[in-house]
Design a protein around this ligand. Structure first.
Ligand code: SF4
Length: 338
């Protein structure tokens, strides 16, 4: 699949605050995000209800959360990046199994709240869609705010979901909402916006359209997890809704996800305990960067009239151990050189 991501990163940034700002020349319009839940469930008569792609309202306001597989979660934990992970739960609707915690009716399976684990999105000063000025926007922890390139792109931990979207929409015979896709595997040509700013360089992503596309029951224990103890979540749901989840809150969910068994609602307690410790002991460049971005944004907000400084780039992350990104010029030269 070839995409023209230069100057966009619309998949990695919560650009919704820009909607009130008509400086934005092009923006993706998406009705489906990374975090679409896709679960087929049977009613009491055993009839399968087709519920793929039904949007469930998340309890948090994080846009376009990238759902990670159990093995991806384990890889982040094993490499000391447990501090980048965060859970996503959903409010139940009239047809969902539900369990109530902190006054929220949470979507559940057999009385256990369901959740994804994704990547945290701290505020970063970014200028997507060819904008000339930066704005503080919730941005994936791994996006270099300067180049708008992913720090994990060539890394084994690059999430399948990031590689496959929007190929997943093609596989599901849905129109991709990304305007910068040239073609997907299988020769399907998808809409491409010829006027999109900075579309010159091709980024090739090797992904089968169905890679990582876990639907129905096969998602359980691999991408969709259940928490076995709703009582232990009292107070945590309130904090997740408020965007104030503590390390303990995140660890509670991440541990269960990492210790889950594919296709089942069970988990291994020793594995969960190990994963919990890995989250709580994580002290990565990415976790430190999240705290620093939050501090910088708060400081910027404390000084009315102070625009986001263009001097604030991702260089402090690199100085602290983050993988650098090559920049679009380097990619252009690479492409020109064959
Ligand atoms: S991991 Fe990379 S591609 Fe995926 S959302 Fe984060 S920055 Fe974007």
């Amino acid at each position: 699949m070839e995409v023209y991501c230069q100057g966009c990163a619309g998949c990695c940034i919560d650009w919704r605050p820009l909607l009130e700002d008509d400086q934005r020349p092009t923006q993706p319009t998406r009705t489906k995000g990374h975090d679409e839940t896709a679960v087929d469930e049977a009613d009491e008569n055993g009839h399968e209800h087709e519920r793929r792609l039904r949007r469930r309202p998340a309890i948090d306001d994080v846009y376009n959360l990238v759902p990670l597989t159990r093995d991806e979660i384990r890889a982040f934990l094993e490499t000391g990046l447990g501090d980048v992970l965060i859970p996503r739960l959903w409010e139940a609707d009239a047809v969902d199994d539900a369990v109530t915690v902190d006054g929220y009716d949470l979507a559940a399976i057999e009385g256990r709240p369901t959740f994804f684990v994704g990547l945290r999105k701290p505020p970063k000063p970014v200028a997507p869609f060819g904008r000339t000025t930066r704005a503080w926007l919730p941005t994936c922890v791994f996006l270099d705010p300067d180049t708008l390139q992913c720090r994990l792109h060539e890394d084994s931990r690059y999430p399948d979901e990031c590689a496959a979207y929007p190929a997943h929409n093609v596989a599901l015979e849905q129109e991709t909402e990304c305007e910068r896709v040239e073609r997907a595997v299988g020769g399907t040509r998808i809409r491409r916006d010829e006027t999109a700013a900075g579309r010159g360089i091709t980024v090739t992503v090797d992904a089968d359209p169905t890679d990582g596309l876990l639907l129905g029951r096969q998602a359980i224990g691999q991408k969709l997890f259940v928490h076995p103890n709703p009582e232990a979540l009292e107070g945590r749901i309130d904090r997740l809704v408020a965007g104030e989840a503590t390390d303990e809150d995140r660890a509670t969910f991440v541990a269960i996800a990492a210790a889950s068994a594919p296709g089942t609602l069970s988990h291994s307690e020793p594995h969960a305990e190990r994963a919990r410790t890995q989250v709580l002991e994580a002290d990565s460049w990415a976790g430190r960067a999240i705290r620093e971005w939050e501090r910088l944004e708060a400081a910027d907000g404390d000084a009315p009239g102070t625009a986001v400084s263009s001097a604030i780039d991702g260089s402090f992350e690199v100085a602290d151990g983050a993988p650098p990104t090559p920049g679009w010029d380097a990619l252009e030269n690479e492409e020109a050189g064959g």
